[in-house]
Design a protein around this ligand. Structure first.
Ligand SMILES: Nc1nc2c(c(=O)[nH]1)N[C@H]1C(S)=C(S)[C@@H](COP(=O)(O)OP(=O)(O)OC[C@H]3O[C@@H](n4cnc5c(N)ncnc54)[C@H](O)[C@@H]3O)O[C@H]1N2
Ligand code: MOO
Length: 400
């Protein structure tokens, strides 16, 4: 007999167990935002790769200056990017130098231009300048061959910049899954279609596509299908061939035309779980066939978004090689008493106000207006009461 529900904790555990990388690919660093590096990175060069100036100013040799103030003759200049084997300074001389320019032989400090007085071909340095001032040394940050990035690191713009600074153009990352969205419902109108009484505009394909884009998943196919088992089967079979993760929206519940569960049984999709004790999103399904994973999300549009962030996004992150897959949490104080008389835990949309959280209006699984102000979700256990001032964990959905 099928158990009626599993708990949120059990569902999370099953997500963690099944969300494993599906392969590795070589990716251009410039296209790699949000990918996870799949092998340790060793620097091919020193960083800095040559000793250079941290300031625009004058290159000096402090050892040849016996006392300050000193008057030095400007005998040339060194620009960034220039190599200048011929440029050397002798006692009594200086070179004009720019930020990032290579330090010439015999130079052991750079005095920034604000600290000198220019007098024709000469400069006067009033105050003592210490050896090594304003020098950025070869290899001071990274040595050639040093391990600089560990496998499992998520590529942020900063990481991508760092890779590029080492001259690394391509990087091995865990594969992003290809995703198919199968949007069910005879009542569903695609955006742009003329409104008809009794129909609803599709919200789910749009919220899911954008949520997937946040994860860097661009390879997304969207299929709309009426509540028709034959058509659903044919689309399912096709998408199973081409995608790694299939996400159904709608038709997972108990209605006569809710065909997804029936299809999963018929197609011998191995059930990982079906139905989680929660609101919204109770009839969520996760299954596996031919190494591909299938989510069935309820059609209710708020349930879709919440199930995506609580389960689908963690799953996809796991596939992409992320170590931390579940939503980031912050602790906040509840700004009002809140009771859950239901026997299912409730995910509630909240707005963060400083150290507190306000539970938003419009919490129904069919209601989306609360997302206008929503920063995150709190979980209110079944048959429980939380009082004003009590600490709650907020699952952060997005930053703005
Ligand atoms: N007898 C029972 N009825 C229901 C149960 C139950 O246990 N017994 N569960 C309820 C719960 S909880 C949920 S959640 C929903 C889930 O329903 P389905 O997954 O079968 O989804 P649909 O019936 O297809 O649609 C639900 C709702 O969402 C609207 N919808 C569907 N697709 C879209 C879309 N792309 N964009 C916007 N809105 C969409 C649809 O019109 C329905 O209003 O079942 C309860 N029923
Ligand atoms: O579990 Mo359903 O999403 O409440 O209404």
């Amino acid at each position: 007999m099928e158990r009626n529900y599993i708990s949120i904790e059990e569902a999370r555990k099953l997500i963690s167990e099944h969300a494993k990388p599906i392969g590795k690919v070589v990716q251009d660093v410039v296209q790699s935002l949000g990918c996870v590096i799949s092998e340790d990175i060793f620097s091919p060069i020193d960083l800095p790769s040559f000793t250079n100036s941290a300031m625009d100013g004058y290159a000096i040799n402090t050892e040849s200056i016996r006392f300050f103030p000193v008057r030095l003759k400007v005998v040339g200049e060194v620009k960034a990017g220039e190599t200048f084997k011929r440029k050397k300074i002798k006692e009594g001389e200086t070179l004009k130098i720019f930020t990032g320019a290579m330090i010439p032989e015999g130079v052991d400090a750079v005095v920034e231009k604000e600290l000198v007085k220019a007098e024709g071909e000469y400069i006067i340095i009033e105050k003592e300048i210490k050896k090594w001032r304003n020098l950025r040394f070869k290899g001071e940050e990274v040595k050639e061959g040093q391990k600089v990035i560990e496998k499992g690191t998520v590529i942020t713009p900063g990481v991508a910049g760092f890779l590029s600074a080492m001259g690394i153009k391509k990087v091995k990352v865990f594969k992003k899954p290809k995703v198919s969205l199968i949007i069910t419902g005879t009542e569903v109108l695609k955006l742009g279609q003329k409104f008809k009484h009794g129909k609803v505009y599709d919200a789910n394909s749009v919220s899911l596509r954008l949520a997937l884009r946040e994860l860097g998943i661009e390879s997304v196919k969207v299929k709309f299908v009426r509540d028709d088992l034959k058509m659903l089967r044919s689309i399912f079979k096709n998408e199973l061939k081409s995608s790694d993760v299939l996400i159904f929206s709608g038709a997972v519940s108990a209605g006569d035309y809710d065909y997804v569960r029936e299809l999963m049984v018929e197609e011998k999709v191995e059930k990982i779980f079906y139905k989680v004790k929660q609101k919204p999103g109770k009839p969520i399904f996760l299954g596996k066939k031919d190494g591909k994973f299938i989510f069935g999300l309820p059609g209710n549009p708020a349930a879709v978004i919440i199930c995506f962030y609580e389960y689908v996004s963690p799953f996809i992150k796991g596939v992409m090689g992320y170590k931390n897959i579940f939503p980031k949490e912050v602790e906040k104080e509840l700004l009002e008493d809140r009771e859950n008389k239901d026997d299912r835990p409730h995910f509630l949309r909240v707005k963060i106000l400083g150290d507190g959280v306000k539970v938003l209006e419009a919490q129904g699984s069919h209601m989306l207006s609360s997302f206008v102000e929503c920063d995150g979700i709190i979980l209110l256990p079944e048959l429980s009461k939380k009082v004003k001032g009590e600490k709650v964990k907020v699952h952060l959905l997005w930053e703005r």
